[in-house]
Design a protein around this ligand. Structure first.
Ligand code: ZN
Length: 401
């Protein structure tokens, strides 16, 4: 990935983003590429080697990529995040788009409103030049369709929220005490250089206090954005979602409202993987509080059904990230441990689409059946041998009497 051109982007219009700026950007920038052209595929270079019994303490993990000192036991650390050297091969360019180039994409009316808005923000008593930079001001303007007063009201509310909660320096006390309470990990960047967070229901059983954890993760993701990248991507594993345990919508709603109110134009995509049928009840409860823009960014995919991750991920994630995700979902589906600690891609490769995945699943099923059958036969033979031995012993006993 180190050889990729920093200017190559996936069509920004294809993920349902409808704001006028993005639509404009899609028309004016020459940064399109065919998702299947292979520009992002890493050449099959040398993979680092890790002894089987590698422990977290043995690795010199780049601190910037890891929120916690100690990782969730169920998290396999992708090899490309194990050292600064490996990280440098997948890290996006420091600047993906300059502010000047972004500003040029605004039309005359938008530029004028932007100037007015920045003037208002700079006059405000809560103004903080570090927080309220050009990009930040533009995000609030887009979120309110360039209505300067509405945008100002919104940014002011966030300034109050930041002051009241001190959320910028929040940590998740649950994970500090037990990193197995939640699983929300940065796992790499997508094709648009957006940081990607992997979350898991199975491996994050604490469900009552998601807000602090999520806000901490959001702030972490923002710290991993190159200049010109403003959005993050979340891929959430819904395996083990239980309606009984998880259907308290107020928890999820607090997170959704925080994103909508205080992180405008930050959510690039939210992909929900393997939501069970009952999940739709919860989704319906969420509906009234999710605005259409947020809703358009949510996608539902499956690892063993359609619409499938195998058909969708290649356009979104280059390798090795998408292979890492395939393996993580596969492990979650079957509740397999994170062994070995460092994840390396399967040398046999991965299904290229759902049809190939179906064949793979069938083979796995048949293999499973064979293993089961062999175990059953072995057991029966042992039983028979045991029975024979007992019979012989009895006969022997009788003889002696
Ligand atoms: Zn946490």
């Amino acid at each position: 990935m180190s050889t990729e051109s920093p200017k190559v982007h996936r069509d920004p219009g294809s993920d349902g983003i409808q704001d006028p700026i993005d639509a404009h950007a899609a028309n004016t920038t020459n940064i399109h590429t065919n998702a299947n052209s292979g520009v992002y595929e890493e050449a099959a270079g040398d993979l680092p080697h890790f002894p089987e019994d590698t422990k977290e303490e043995d690795l010199d993990l780049p601190k910037e990529c890891f929120l916690l000192q100690k990782q969730n036991n169920a998290f396999q650390i992708p090899y490309y995040l194990t050292s600064l050297g490996e990280l440098s091969k997948v890290r996006p360019p420091a600047v993906v788009q300059t502010w000047e180039a972004r500003h040029e994409q605004l039309d005359a009316a938008q530029k004028e409103k932007y100037e007015t808005f920045v003037g208002m923000v700079k006059e405000a008593r809560w103004y903080d030049p570090k927080t309220h930079d050009s990009w930040c001001c533009l995000r609030y303007l887009i979120a309110r369709h360039f209505d300067v007063n509405k945008s100002f009201h919104m940014i002011e509310k966030t300034a109050e929220w930041l002051k009241e909660t001190g959320s910028a320096s929040w940590t998740c006390e649950h994970c500090m005490e037990n990193p197995n309470d939640h699983l929300g990990q940065f796992v790499g960047w997508d094709r648009e250089h957006r940081p990607v967070m992997f979350m898991s229901m199975r491996w994050g059983p604490e469900r009552k206090h998601p807000l602090r954890h999520m806000v901490t993760c959001f702030n972490h993701l923002i710290s991993l954005m190159p200049v010109g990248v403003e959005k993050w991507v979340c891929v959430t594993d819904f395996e083990t979602y239980s309606h009984f345990k998880d259907s308290k919508p107020s928890m999820g709603i607090s997170v959704i409202q925080t994103i909508q109110n205080h992180y405008p134009e930050r959510l690039g995509k939210m992909i929900c993987i393997n939501p069970p049928g009952i999940f739709w009840v919860l989704w319906k409860l969420f509906h009234p509080v999710i605005d259409p823009v947020t809703r358009s960014k949510v996608e539902f995919l499956y690892t063993e059904d359609k619409p499938s991750v195998y058909d969708t991920f290649p356009a979104l994630f280059g390798n090795p990230l998408r292979s890492f995700l395939y393996d993580s979902y596969h492990r979650s589906k079957r509740d397999l441990p994170a062994e070995p600690l460092v994840w390396l891609p399967d040398p046999d490769g991965y299904p290229k689409n759902y049809e190939e995945r179906k064949v793979q699943l069938k083979e796995m099923k048949e293999k499973g059946k064979e293993v089961k059958k062999a175990a059953k036969e072995k057991k029966e033979e042992e039983k028979k041998a045991d029975h024979e031995a007992k019979k012989a012993a009895k006969k022997e006993e009788k003889k002696h009497h």
